[in-house]
Ligand binder design. Structure first.
Ligand code: AMP
Length: 465
């Protein structure tokens, strides 16, 4: 979120990746990791690398493919590195807040996935120490608090332990000093963070798919409330707060890549079960199942497997257009949808089409898709959603918008069906969603569906009214 406009709902769904290990070209592995985590943020990217003597950083606006070139990577020498892909929604002066966060003291680089809905405690601490907070967003304030402790002579683990209670919100953090790398997760573990091993070193990643990409082996998740420090002497762990793990269930619904493993479950398998449960709850008479690519493909496979209705790819996605949400204005989002998807008329003409998407947020995508399929002379268009209605905004760093922009916050299912122009509309039930994960409800934050926020968002709600 931008410091000038601290709107809590304009959070960041980001990707973080870190490597520690002698003999490793850490920054190059981080570069590969960030490339694999591109889906988690496309606005800016950055890498900080440490060689025991100093920390060097390269960051900039845009995709991983655009931000780095060979000379930039060649300068990022050292055995430890962290990186960040930033996903922002607010547009504007975004690259100003590109991460990792660093400062002229150059004691610490910080990469943050998450959002602090309230920075009252943190800001109070900084002000009481005479440290400037103006223009600093949540991540930058975290960095200032930690660097203050380091500058006073604290070791990295002690600095984190002291600052941790000030971090009232959601964070999967990677922290790099000249000779250590720390991974820290808030007590609820709302955003993911996993640990792997690679060539005698350690790797930390928002998602396991990026550990695979660097040839690593997944060890385990960083536990909610845990700090893990990688140093010369290996890995050590300190539990800073009791674990109350509640992973954001939207990671399973949409954000994470299907080849990642979250809470021991392969995302692809969970998404297939979301589709299978949707078929059991809402079988529709259709001739063809068409997924909205790419995120709804596994759910459509699950739906097809249960109903026996064939799956066909009647909508083609331009892989080089990025997630439409990053376009701030509604009119741009709409043109983004047109640019992104193109129908294949032969798959749709004269057919009863059941189109499956993973979620409806504002309703823009669904409306355009139904119109597109009708324009191909489909006989009927049934819209199926492999998650429940999104009725509540997110404050934890994943950008679901203001409440009034959420179509399901304003309208019932029948009204939404009418608004998107479908012959029928059905959502997966809340219970069906939980069941699909194979895990108990208590393991999840389901706030965008339930309005239950495990981390207090009072300050955020005040802003939203
Ligand atoms: P909307 O047009 O606002 O209803 O957006 C729904 C579409 O955006 C669906 O196709 C989802 O796959 C996708 N989507 C859902 N949540 C997000 C998000 N936070 N960022 C980007 N895309 C999303």
């Amino acid at each position: 979120m931008d410091g000038e406009h601290p709107s809590p709902y304009l959070g960041e769904k980001c990707g973080v990746f870190g490597v520690f290990g002698h003999g490793l070209e850490a920054a190059r592995l981080v570069h590969t990791g960030l490339w694999t985590l591109q889906h988690r943020g496309q606005e800016s990217s950055g890498i900080s690398a440490a060689d025991g003597r100093q920390i060097r950083t390269h960051k900039g606006a845009g995709l991983v493919a655009h931000v780095y070139d060979e000379p930039a990577l060649a300068k990022l020498t050292g055995h430890a590195a962290i990186g960040h892909n930033r996903y922002s929604t607010s547009g504007g002066s975004s690259s100003v807040h590109a991460q990792p966060v660093i400062s002229s003291q150059n004691l610490l680089a910080l990469a943050h996935n998450g959002n602090l809905p309230s920075t009252a405690a943190l800001t109070g601490f900084l002000v009481s120490r005479g440290i400037a907070t103006a223009g600093a967003n949540d991540s930058e304030q975290m960095h200032r608090a930690l660097e203050h402790e380091l500058a006073a002579g604290a070791a990295l683990d002690a600095a984190i332990a002291r600052a941790f209670p000030l971090f009232t919100g959601v964070f999967s953090l990677l922290l790099l000093t000249r000779n250590e790398l720390a991974a820290v997760r808030d007590a609820h573990g709302i955003r993911p963070l996993s640990i792997g091993k690679v060539d005698g070193g350690y790797v930390f990643s928002s998602e396991t798919c990026a550990i695979d990409a660097v040839g690593g082996t997944v060890i385990r998740d960083v536990r909610p409330g845990e700090m893990v420090i990688a140093s010369e002497s290996g890995l050590r762990s300190v539990q800073l707060a009791p674990e109350q793990g509640r992973l954001d269930i939207f990671e399973f619904i949409y954000f994470a890549r299907p080849d990642s493993v979250l809470l021991g479950r392969r995302v692809n398998e969970v998404r297939k079960r979301l589709g299978a449960n949707l078929a059991r709850e809402h079988p529709v008479p259709a001739d063809v199942i068409v997924p909205v690519p790419d995120s709804a493909i596994p759910a459509a496979q699950g739906y097809s497997a249960v109903t026996g209705i064939p799956l066909d790819f009647g909508l083609l996605k331009n892989r080089y257009i990025h997630r439409t949400f990053i376009r701030p204005a509604q009119n741009l989002r709409e043109s983004g949808v047109r640019l992104k998807l193109n129908p294949i008329p032969e798959v749709l003409r004269d057919r009863r089409v059941a189109v499956i998407d993973d979620s409806i947020v504002r309703g823009t995508t669904a409306r355009r898709i139904v119109a597109m399929i009708r324009a191909c002379q489909a006989r009927e268009v049934h819209f199926l959603v492999s998650s429940p209605p999104v009725r509540f905004p997110d404050y934890y760093g994943i950008d679901t918008p203001k409440r009034e922009e959420l179509v399901a916050a304003r309208m019932g299912v029948e009204e939404i069906r009418d608004a998107i122009g479908a012959d029928s509309l059905a959502y997966l039930s809340y219970e069906g969603m939980i069941e699909s994960t194979g895990l108990p409800e208590s393991k999840f934050s389901t706030s965008c569906f339930s309005g239950v926020y495990p981390v207090p968002v009072a300050a955020a709600q005040e802003v939203l009214g």
